[in-house]
Design a protein around this ligand. Structure first.
Ligand SMILES: Nc1ncnc2c1ncn2[C@@H]1O[C@H](COP(=O)(O)OP(=O)(O)OP(=O)(O)O)[C@@H](O)[C@H]1O
Length: 260
C-alpha cells in the first residue's frame, strides 16, 4: 500500500519520536581466535517511549551486553545503537559521558548509594556533580511517587533494603532521563520489597511517562513490564506483550529433556 508523502513524513517523524532508544543489526564480539565470543548477533530492537521492557534469557545469552551497548557503557562491534536520535558510536568519550549523564538513568542490583549522604543528597548527587539543578516540581513528584517523602534526611544504613532501592530509583529518575536501564533491580530484595519497587517502576512508566528497560531472570518481575524480550545466544528469539507471570514462565526456553 502506498501512502501520501505527508503521511509518510509524519509517520516517520512519529516512529522516531516514539523511540527512546533503538538497536539496528547490533553485534558485539569479544576476543579473537579461540576466545572469540559473539555476545550479540545482529540484534534489532526499539525501546519505545513510556514503555517498560523486560529482557530475559539464559545466563550468557547477551542481556547485560545489550544493556551496556544501549547505555553507551560498552562499544558495539558493528551495527547501530541509538539513544533518541543520537548514534552512540559516533560520539567521542567526552560526549558519551555527557549523554550518559544527561539522558540515561541506571538502577543496579546493589543499590550503589553513598553511605555518608542522606537520601535527598543521594538522589540529587548525579545532578550536583553535573552542575545542573533538578526541576523542583518533578523532584517532589518523583519522591512522592517513590513514597519516601518522610525519609529524606535518613542515611542508607537507616533505611531498609527496599527503601534504599527506592532512593536509587528516585536518583535514576531525578534528571528526567530519556531512558532508565535497570539491571536485576530486585535481585537483592525480599519479594514484598521487590514488588514495591516493580510497582514503582511500572507507575513511573504509566504516570510519569518514563521509559524503562530491565534485565531480569524472574518471571514475576518481568510480568510487571509491558513487553518481554527473550534473548538466546545473542539473538532475540521471542517477544511477549502485556504478559502475566504464567505467560512469561510458559515461554521461557526449557533445557533439553525438560518438557513443559
Ligand atoms: N568483557 C567480556 N569479555 C569476553 N567475553 C564477554 C565479556 N562480557 C561478556 N562476555 C561473553 O558474552 C556472552 C554474553 O554475556 P552477557 O553477560 O551479556 O550475558 P547475560 O545474558 O547477561 O548473562 P547473565 O544472565 O549470566 O548475567 C557470554 O558468553 C559472556 O561470556
Amino acid at each position: 500500500m502506498s501512502h501520501p508523502a505527508a503521511y509518510r513524513a509524519s509517520h516517520t517523524a512519529y516512529a522516531t519520536a516514539t523511540a527512546a532508544a533503538s538497536a539496528t543489526h547490533l553485534s558485539k564480539v569479544y576476543g579473537q581466535g579461540e576466545t572469540r565470543v559473539v555476545a550479540l548477533d545482529s540484534v534489532s530492537v526499539t525501546f519505545r517511549k513510556a514503555e517498560f521492557t523486560a529482557i530475559m534469557g539464559p545466563s550468557g545469552s547477551g542481556k547485560s551486553t545489550l544493556m551496556h551497548c544501549m547505555a553507551g557503557l560498552d562499544s558495539v562491534s558493528s551495527g547501530s545503537a541509538r539513544i533518541g536520535d543520537v548514534e552512540l558510536s559516533a560520539l567521542k568519550d567526552k560526549h558519551l559521558t555527557q549523554l550518559r549523564r544527561d539522558k540515561v538513568g541506571f538502577i543496579f542490583q546493589a543499590f550503589n548509594l553513598l553511605p555518608t549522604l542522606n537520601a535527598a543528597e543521594n538522589i540529587t548527587l548525579p545532578m550536583d556533580i553535573a552542575g545542573t539543578k533538578p526541576d523542583p516540581d518533578w523532584l517532589r513528584h518523583v519522591i512522592d511517587t517513590v513514597g519516601l517523602s518522610g525519609r529524606m534526611s535518613h542515611r542508607p544504613a537507616q533505611l531498609s533494603g527496599g527503601q534504599q532501592q527506592r532512593v536509587a530509583c528516585a536518583r535514576a529518575l531525578a534528571s528526567r532521563p530519556e531512558i532508565v536501564f535497570a539491571d536485576e533491580p530486585t535481585g537483592n530484595l525480599d519479594s514484598r520489597s521487590g514488588a514495591e519497587i516493580l510497582s514503582f517502576l511500572r507507575d513511573s512508566v504509566r504516570e510519569l511517562g518514563q521509559t524503562i528497560v530491565m534485565v531480569t531472570h524472574d518471571p514475576v518481575a518481568a510480568s510487571y513490564a509491558d513487553r518481554v524480550i527473550y534473548l538466546a545466544d545473542g539473538r532475540i528469539v521471542d517477544e511477549l506483550l502485556r504478559p502475566t507471570a504464567e505467560d512469561v514462565l510458559d515461554r521461557m526456553p526449557r533445557p533439553a529433556g525438560h518438557p513443559r
